[in-house]
Design a protein around this ligand. Structure first.
Ligand SMILES: [Zn+2]
Length: 105
């Protein structure tokens, strides 16, 4: 029995309005911490987990074992996702997710 299902990739689309709001927050005088929080609240999802910028897609995968399976959502921008895909082809199996907060700029 295998419990490794294929990850589901979904593209994220943000309205022009939201993107403008993000831009406004990033160019504002708020502290970096406030900026991160505001961006997260505005778009409602996490940042690209590699570079911390706005994500373009979400990869949903099932992790864990048969006793306890968990759904993991990882967000990527297009650039980082492609980089990771190339790495995966070269034999690295895991995404190098390190960011959980938006970069302030
Ligand atoms: Zn990225």
């Amino acid at each position: 029995m295998t419990n490794k299902s294929k990850p589901i990739i979904k593209h994220l689309d943000f309205s022009e309005e939201k993107l403008n709001e993000v831009k406004k927050i990033r160019t504002s005088k708020f502290s970096p911490q406030r900026k991160k929080e505001r961006v997260r609240r505005l778009i409602g999802v996490g940042p690209c987990c590699i570079c911390g910028s706005l994500p373009n897609l979400v990869v949903t995968s099932e992790v864990g074992d048969k006793e306890q399976s968990m759904i993991r959502n990882e967000f990527f921008c297009q650039t980082c996702y492609e980089t990771e895909q190339n790495r995966a082809k070269e034999g690295s199996l895991y995404y190098d997710c390190i960011k959980s907060e938006f970069t302030p700029e």
